[in-house]
Design a protein around this ligand. Structure first.
Ligand code: COA
Length: 143
């Protein structure tokens, strides 16, 4: 996560491949306390429960989300995730987006996303999705 932020984030952002959002604090405005990176994708619907869907659907990909070790456990990861969900719902007002998807790097990360209501795909246990309607409900519950 650290090396990606240092070496790749700016280049990919400049090429409009991804957008990176960083969090800083008033005490240390030049230090990145946490960040997320987001873009769009298309995902296969096999393994998703619910309505009949085409083979693949448009989605927002939460490609990265990380909090600096010194800020963990203080609410920043949840704040960044909610910020990404808000951005997703705002975009979905104007562009077709079925869900937000994330590929968890390990079981700990997967537990974090489950905590917020993401569903684990039976066909791909590393992949977690949240349908837009659930995203809207999650945002309403957080305000
Ligand atoms: C996962 C990560 C982003 C969480 O950030 P954080 O700032 O420590 O989390 P927060 O303090 O904001 O926690 C918010 C909520 O999530 C819960 N939570 C945090 N980590 C969790 C985990 N691993 N499993 C389950 N719940 C978790 C907290 O208990 C808290 O719950 P509450 O609001 O009901 O009290 C952070 O640990 C991290 O950067 N990990 C390494 C990178 C990573 O795994 N990123 C995931 C992308 S694949």
């Amino acid at each position: 996560m650290n090396s990606w932020l240092r070496q790749t984030a700016r280049q990919q952002d400049d090429k409009d491949l991804i957008k990176v959002y960083v969090a800083t604090t008033a005490d240390e405005p030049t230090k990145i306390a946490g960040y997320y990176a987001i873009n769009t994708t298309s995902i296969l619907t096999e393994g998703m429960v619910g309505q009949k869907l085409p083979t693949s659907v448009p989605a927002v990909l939460l490609a990265r989300l990380a909090v600096d070790a010194s800020y963990k456990g203080q609410g920043l990861g949840g704040y960044l995730l909610m910020n990404a969900l808000e951005l997703t719902t705002a975009t979905a007002e104007q562009i077709g987006i079925r869900c937000i998807v994330v590929d968890a790097i390990d079981a700990n990360a997967g537990a974090f996303y489950k905590h917020y209501g993401f569903e684990q795909l039976t066909t791909d246990p590393d992949r977690f999705v949240m349908h837009l309607q659930t995203v809207r409900t999650a945002i309403q519950g957080s305000v």
